[in-house]
Design a protein. Structure first.
Length: 217
């Protein structure tokens, strides 16, 4: 079963609705540059109200590893998603003693999936999220990964890591993406929004339903 993550949560009602519809993880974006930015205190207030079997993921772009550790501890974030090339394997290894880590890659045409192996060996990270590349941007782009690049990232057989697909996914295209690439998980933010940071409950429900239907034999 493909795992699901709704990212850019800023409101309790959106988080509770996604949880009631069966989402696996919720993302809280701590990047100060993001239109979906949330403070650690605001995230903590939402997380305190969530059911226990929904994973809480923090998205980090500018913060140092020490800052990330502090935010995760305070906000009760269980997974740190490192969404910038500035984060090294050593940074990820430091954080892995406290939280689970997802390292984000934004592959362009020159990206080699073989580069995951040395990063994984040095850091211990086993989960990687792939978002669309856009020059000058470090956070999510809301655009789809090119099909030719995605085919390299998501091999038909023998993928040794947990690979999450992000970038431009919405209720209308997520099922086809799952059938085509068979990712471990799918991640969306703008694809289920009424406007940045404000989710559309009908789109959330439709997205999660589309994922469930795509996983049926």
């Amino acid at each position: 079963m493909t795992r699901t993550k709704i990212c850019g949560i800023t409101r309790l009602n959106d988080a509770l609705h996604a949880s009631s519809e069966g989402v696996d993880a919720l993302g809280f974006n701590f990047s100060r540059k993001s239109p979906r930015s949330i403070t650690p205190s605001a995230a903590k207030k939402i997380i305190d109200e969530l059911p226990p079997f929904v994973s809480k993921v923090g998205i980090f772009v500018e913060q140092s590893p020490a800052e990330i550790a502090d935010i995760c501890s305070y906000s009760k974030i269980a997974v740190a998603q490192l969404h910038s090339e500035r984060y090294s394997a050593a940074d990820a290894r430091f954080l892995k003693d406290m939280v689970q880590v997802i390292r984000v890659f934004r592959p362009d045409g020159s990206f080699s999936p073989q580069s995951l192996t040395p990063f994984a060996e040095e850091s211990g990270v086993r989960t990687f999220l792939f978002d669309a590349y856009k020059e000058g941007m470090e956070g999510g782009t809301g655009e789809e990964i090119e099909t030719s690049v995605a085919r390299q990232i998501f091999p038909a057989e023998g993928a040794p890591f947990f690979r999450v697909l992000a970038g431009g996914l919405n209720p209308g295209n997520v099922a086809e993406a799952i059938r085509q690439f068979r990712p471990y998980g799918v991640d969306t933010a703008s694809g289920v929004e009424a406007k940045p940071g404000i989710k559309d409950p009908e789109k959330i429900s439709a997205f999660l339903l589309a994922v469930r239907l795509a996983n049926q034999p």
